[in-house]
Structure formats: structure tokens, C-alpha cells
Write a protein that binds this ligand. Structure first.
Ligand code: BG6
Ligand code: MG
Length: 220
């Protein structure tokens, strides 16, 4: 039976996935190239650097190394402007009830995020105290779809991958979880997250007790 839940942060616990998109969108507007929310799906979960590479690939834009560096700085400045305005209202619907339910049932909780801003996001949204373990983008060498961030979280929880369930909204994140040997719940669109063991649209669409029953089936 599972002992822990490991959550991706952006797009699973908080609505920051949209802020990451809006930040990149301001940059692509300046480049005068098309970049849609659907295009953004393949950037989700990737590190800042890998997101930029992917963005250049999608849009066909070319940058010098110095321009690349500048784009990364600008993107983070734009994202951090959203971050300063963030409050507990940015926690996605149903998330707190789910965390409370899991905690009451003695499940240990972790966050495993590719973001170097993860601790700040958790602080602004007042989610930090829920988690036994937090691993962020400053502590890993290989970003998702590499499983490193999830394996590090499991090691710190002192459990094996098969004893934990990962929650992910990104294709790269689901791939990372599966590569690490974890059970994975996709949170979002079924067509994008089809490799996950279970898919829920969001935490507001399922009661904590129904989710619990589904999770028990997964890890039986
Ligand atoms: C992930 C997001 O959590 O963090 C990605 O899904 C983002 O969109 C990545 O690129 C890196 O975030 P940051 O805050 O270090 O730029
Ligand atoms: Mg995410």
C-alpha cells in the first residue's frame, strides 16, 4: 500500500503553469511569432533552459548565445512579477482538502518541482507546512523527463518508488515518474497525460475519499 504522495507544483497544486505560459508569451509577442497555450503543453515541466530550447524549436526563432541568456533572465523576471502578487488564493480548487485528507490518513507528502522558484511559490501560497519533503530545481542536475527529482524526493522520504504516487500535469513529468518506477496520476487533459495510471481533470472534480479509493486500487 502506498505511503507517500509526491506532487509536482506548477499546474498541480497552484495555477502557476499559466503564469509560466504568460511570461513566455510576452517574450514571443516581442519576437512577433505565434505561441499558443496548446504549444505550451510541451514546455510544461521542463527546466527554464529546456523550455527556451523547446520554444525556439516550436517557433523557428533563432537567438545568439547572449540573446538566449537575456531571454532566460527576462522570462524569470516576468514570472517573478506574477509571483510577487501570489496569495493562498492561487492554490488550485480542491487541493487543500486533498492534502488534509491524505495527512489525516497518515500519508507523507512531498513536492518535487523543476522550478528554481518552487520554495518561493510554496511560501507565497502558504503551502509549505503541508510537506515533509521539498525538492526543487536548485537541487537537481537533470530536469524532467529525467526521474531525478522524484527519486530524490523518495530517498528523502525514505521509501521506494513503488511506495509513492506522483501527481503530474505535464507530459514530461508523467514520463519522469514512470521512468523512476512510480505510480502516476495525471492531473489535466487525458489526451496529453494518457501514459499516466489514472487521470483526473483537477482536484475539484473528485472528492478526497473517491480519490483515496482510486489510489488504493492503483497501489494494490
Ligand atoms: C516547472 C514548470 O515546474 O518549472 C516549467 O512546469 C518551468 O514550466 C520549470 O519552466 C522551471 O521553472 P523556473 O521557475 O526555475 O523557471
Ligand atoms: Mg507542472
Amino acid at each position: 500500500f502506498f505511503q507517500a504522495c509526491i506532487f509536482d507544483l506548477d499546474g498541480v497544486l497552484v495555477n502557476t503553469a499559466h503564469y509560466h505560459f504568460l511570461s513566455w508569451k510576452q517574450i514571443t509577442n516581442r519576437w512577433k511569432v505565434t505561441f499558443t497555450e496548446q504549444d505550451n503543453e510541451s514546455l510544461k515541466g521542463l527546466s527554464r533552459e529546456d523550455s527556451l530550447s523547446r520554444l525556439l524549436h516550436i517557433t523557428g526563432k533563432q537567438l545568439t548565445p547572449a540573446e538566449r541568456e537575456q531571454a532566460l533572465i527576462e522570462k524569470n523576471e516576468l514570472f517573478r512579477q506574477y509571483l510577487t502578487q501570489m496569495t493562498p488564493d492561487d492554490v488550485l480548487p480542491g487541493v487543500t482538502a486533498c492534502l488534509r485528507f491524505l495527512k489525516e490518513n497518515h500519508i507523507r507528502l512531498a513536492v518535487a518541482s523543476s522550478s528554481k522558484n518552487a520554495r518561493m511559490v510554496l511560501q507565497k501560497t502558504e503551502l509549505t507546512p503541508w510537506f515533509d519533503v521539498i525538492v526543487d530545481g536548485t537541487e537537481i542536475e537533470k530536469a524532467k523527463p529525467d526521474p531525478e527529482v522524484f527519486l530524490k524526493a523518495a530517498a528523502r522520504l525514505n521509501i521506494q518508488p513503488h511506495q509513492a504516487i506522483v501527481f503530474e500535469d505535464a507530459k514530461a513529468g508523467v514520463e519522469a515518474a514512470l521512468a523512476g518506477g512510480f505510480c502516476c496520476v495525471g492531473v489535466g487533459q487525458a489526451d496529453i497525460l494518457q501514459q499516466a495510471h489514472l487521470i483526473i481533470p483537477d482536484f475539484a472534480s473528485i472528492s478526497p475519499s473517491d480519490l483515496w479509493i482510486s489510489l488504493s486500487g492503483l497501489s494494490a
